[in-house]
Design a binder for this molecule. Structure first.
Ligand code: HSE
Length: 403
């Protein structure tokens, strides 16, 4: 009998409890023994609910119980999650977490501690919810030089952008629906300002580059400036607007960024809608591989947590490389990175010669929005774009085009 504890009985923690109960037989078959939740830690009471029987309020009950080998952390946020996870690892237990903030900020320290204690710190549920992406990056693509990872990494923003595009819903109404469905963060800024996606691309980039990528170094733009007019241009072009988290190698430099981008139909990320997430990985041998699924939600994320629990149970007292080194990966500022831009300016087609002169030979886009005109630039650097735009009158917005 393998006994585990769950710290945090919120959306994901309660999902883990359900998965253990619903899939008891499947887990037993895959693990080779029965698995049971011995404790659930939460500050709240849950009177009359099945969890009541195993509910505890003191983390030390878990940490000091030698029968508990594996601890699930689904509290979210940095504290007290960090303190509790550290305690569990120090006590020789393995930890499976869904907490991207914890992994992005404290991953180096917690991975080193697990290694020192011959246990494991797994975080497969911290990126992409239920999508298996962490282990495939670590194992299945280990023979490839990965030069680009691009993901739709936040279900809430993808849901909002899909609603804004397909149903012309307002940003506020779409956000409210996402929150009601339980996949938005408690503070919506984490989703809509791109902070959540930023932590996730930092984690993926750290794995791919095998060095620590600090999320604070990643230029991050959210979706709050995206308007219905932007979607009119996207529709005119036959393209989509997605919030992308990317890291890539370009001319010997390493870049990372989170920003909304226009995505063309030939890109597999184009068709990823609603709360779904997807991660497109490019390797020098395998070419493009895409991982697609539910990036948020109770049971989907809990499924990934439990897969880590099973892996940890099969590897008790044996540390498996599952992260990155403490060495820091320096990122290039994006000013040298090159791409196309869609710029919207006040006025009409008569501004074409000015736009050509500033940005080079591109394409005028008239999406039928009164009082403005769009222009698709040629491929230029971010710096060239900024310099050209600096002296221009009447700029309304600009969106990058995903290559
Ligand atoms: N708020 C996140 C999202 C939850 O919408 O994707 C999963 O990390």
């Amino acid at each position: 009998m393998r006994q585990i504890a769950i710290m945090g009985f919120g959306t994901i923690g309660s999902g883990v409890f359900d998965v253990v109960n619903t899939n008891r037989e499947v887990i037993k078959r895959n693990l080779g023994e029965e698995l049971q939740v011995k404790y659930v830690l939460d500050i709240r009471e849950f009177p009359g609910q099945p969890v009541e029987k195993v509910l505890v309020h003191d983390v030390d009950t878990i940490v000091n119980d030698p029968d508990v080998d594996i601890v699930v952390e689904t509290m979210g946020g940095l504290e007290p999650a960090f303190t509790f996870v550290k305690k569990a690892l120090e006590a020789g237990k393995s930890v499976a977490t869904s907490n991207k903030e914890l992994v992005a900020k404290k991953g180096v320290e917690l991975l080193a501690l697990a290694k020192e204690k011959n246990s494991n710190f797994f975080f497969g549920a911290s990126v992409g919810g239920g999508i298996p992406i962490i282990r495939p990056l670590l194992r299945s693509l280990s023979a490839d030089e990965i030069d680009q990872v691009t993901g739709i990494l936040n279900g809430t923003t993808n849901y909002i952008l899909t609603k804004m595009d397909q149903e012309e819903t307002s940003f506020e109404d779409a956000l409210k629906e996402a929150q009601d469905n339980g996949f938005a963060e408690r503070k919506p800024e984490a989703d809509v300002e791109g902070f959540d996606a930023c932590r996730k691309i930092a984690i993926l980039s750290s794995i791919v580059l095998e060095k620590f990528v600090n999320f604070e170094d990643i230029q991050t733009e959210g979706i709050t400036k995206i308007t219905t007019a932007d979607f009119q241009y996207a529709r005119k072009l036959g393209w989509a607007i997605k919030l992308l988290g990317s890291s890539w190698k370009e001319n010997g430099r390493v870049y990372a960024m989170v920003a909304p981008a226009l995505v063309k139909p030939e890109n597999p990320l184009f068709a990823v809608n609603d709360v779904f997430n997807a991660i497109l990985v490019h390797g020098n041998m395998v070419d493009n591989v895409m991982f697609y699924g539910r990036g948020a939600g109770s049971h989907a994320t809990a499924s990934a947590v439990m897969a880590d629990v099973v892996e940890a149970a099969k590897n008790l007292h044996q540390n498996i490389y599952a992260g990155w080194t403490a060495e820091k990966q320096e990122l290039s500022g994006i000013s040298t990175s090159r791409k196309q831009f869609l710029i919207r300016v006040k006025g009409d087609a008569s501004r074409k010669s000015e736009l050509v002169e500033k940005f080079g030979s591109g394409q005028l886009i008239d999406a039928g929005v009164a009082g403005e005109i769009g222009y698709l630039t040629p491929v230029i650097s971010e710096k060239e774009f900024d310099e050209a735009a600096a002296g221009m009158e009447g700029i309304l917005h600009r969106i990058r085009v995903q290559a």
